[in-house]
Every structure is written in structure tokens, then in C-alpha cells.
Design a protein around this ligand. Structure first.
Ligand code: SAH
Length: 218
């Protein structure tokens, strides 16, 4: 039985429709689809937007930021998991906390870094309310990663830098994968970087649209 059983006020049918839509767009990993079905996305948005939480769209979360589109969360999670199981994953850009919650059910430990303290505070409250005890948070500029718990099996960045932040590649173990959007505000591609013993390899997955990765904290 899912740990989320009973939390949803939203009908199972609405969630199932979202899962079907994401599957139709090519996400096939059943563990990922199960998380999309189970994680109560309506608890990661403002109450006024809760009725739209199971639509496949990004939604505003305040402070000019957005909770990612469920399809994109699913796709990035699948891209991380594809090559084998992951122990620890670092996320840059906690935002609402939704992507971290999706990961929390799939890997042993999730570390997540957010530069806006007010957003992080809300996300922490959600992790606590949902009893996600394997998520650790930090208020910092995620461009620098979180060296203390490195190396990571996977790193996911949910805001777009213009190039690959090398500090993040350095915090991957050999074979570890970094999934991130790269590009300008107008045009970005989703990229998977795999660390090798001698350097790294880069694959371009598809076009995406994210808020920019910014420096510093607020
Ligand atoms: N993963 C989030 C998506 C949030 S949008 C979710 O599931 O809701 C991207 C987030 O990245 C924003 O909250 C933004 O403040 C944050 N961000 C942007 N630049 C950052 C940086 N350098 N370090 C940490 N977080 C950053």
C-alpha cells in the first residue's frame, strides 16, 4: 500500500488521467508513473490552484517561480533512473518540493538545495507533513552543489543554467548522471551528462522550458 493512501482529496480518476497522459508522451518506467499517481501534487501548490494540480502544466508558486510540469518531472526522473538504481540524489532548485517528493519514493536519500528561503521553508513543511524523512534540505546557491554529501549517483537541476556547472559534474561519482536544462530564457534543451573516469559524456534529450538558474541567495 502506498504511504500516501488516504491523503488525496482529489479523485483517483483525475490522477489516473494525468498518468495516462504522461505515459502517452513516452514515459514508461512504472516506478516513476506510480510516484506521479501517488504523490499528492495538490499539496505542493497554493490552495487556490489545488483544483488544477493534476493538469499537466507548470503552475506558479510565488516569487516568480513555478512548480514544474508533471510530464517534465517524470521525464527527468526517468532519465536519472534509466541506467540503474540510485542511492543518493542531489536536486538543485527545491521550489515547491514536488520533484524532491517524487524522488524520495525512488531513492534512498534526496538532498535538495534552494536559493529562496521562503520557498524552502514551505517545502520543508510539506516534507514534514508527508513524513518524507529521507529528504534533506539546504538554503544556498545550488550552482556550487552540496559537497558535504558528494559523490552523488544522480543530480537533477530544475532551473536552467546557460552551460553545464562543472562543480556539479565534479560531485558525481564515476557513472553518475546529471540531468538538467541548458540554455537561455527563450530556448533550452534537456541534457543528461554522465561522468566517466576520464571526463563526461553529454546526451541531448528534448526541448524544455524552465526558469533560469540564478546565483546567490534570497
Ligand atoms: N523542483 C521544483 C521546481 C522549482 S522552479 C518543483 O518541483 O517545484 C526552480 C527553482 O530553482 C526555483 O525555486 C528557484 O528559486 C530555484 N533556483 C534557481 N537558481 C537556483 C540556485 N542557483 N540554487 C538553488 N536554487 C535555485
Amino acid at each position: 500500500m502506498s504511504v500516501y493512501q488516504g491523503i488525496g482529496m482529489t479523485s483517483q480518476r483525475t490522477r489516473e488521467r494525468l498518468v495516462e497522459r504522461i505515459r502517452a508522451q513516452g514515459v514508461r518506467d512504472p516506478r516513476v508513473l506510480q510516484q506521479i499517481r501517488d504523490v499528492p501534487r495538490h499539496l505542493f501548490v497554493d490552495e487556490a490552484l489545488a483544483t488544477r494540480a493534476y493538469e499537466d502544466t507548470a503552475l506558479p508558486i510565488g516569487l516568480n517561480q513555478t512548480i514544474s510540469q508533471p510530464y517534465t518531472v517524470a521525464r527527468m526522473t526517468e532519465a536519472l533512473l534509466e541506467a540503474g538504481p540510485l542511492e543518493n540524489v542531489l536536486e538543485i532548485g527545491t521550489g515547491s518540493g514536488y520533484q524532491a517528493a517524487v524522488l524520495a519514493g525512488l531513492v534512498r536519500r534526496v538532498y535538495t538545495v534552494e536559493r529562496i528561503e521562503a520557498l524552502l521553508r514551505q517545502a520543508r513543511r510539506r516534507f514534514h507533513a508527508l513524513n518524507l524523512i529521507n529528504v534533506r534540505t539546504k538554503h544556498a546557491d545550488g550552482t556550487l552543489g552540496w559537497p558535504h554529501y558528494a559523490p552523488y549517483d544522480g543530480i537533477v537541476v530544475t532551473a536552467a543554467p546557460e552551460g553545464i556547472p562543472l562543480a556539479l559534474v565534479e560531485q558525481l561519482r564515476p557513472g553518475g548522471r546529471l540531468v538538467l536544462p541548458i540554455g537561455t530564457r527563450r530556448e533550452q534543451v534537456l541534457v543528461r551528462v554522465t561522468r566517466t573516469t576520464t571526463g563526461h559524456e553529454k546526451e541531448i534529450l528534448e526541448q524544455v522550458s524552465f526558469v533560469p538558474l540564478l546565483g546567490g541567495t534570497s
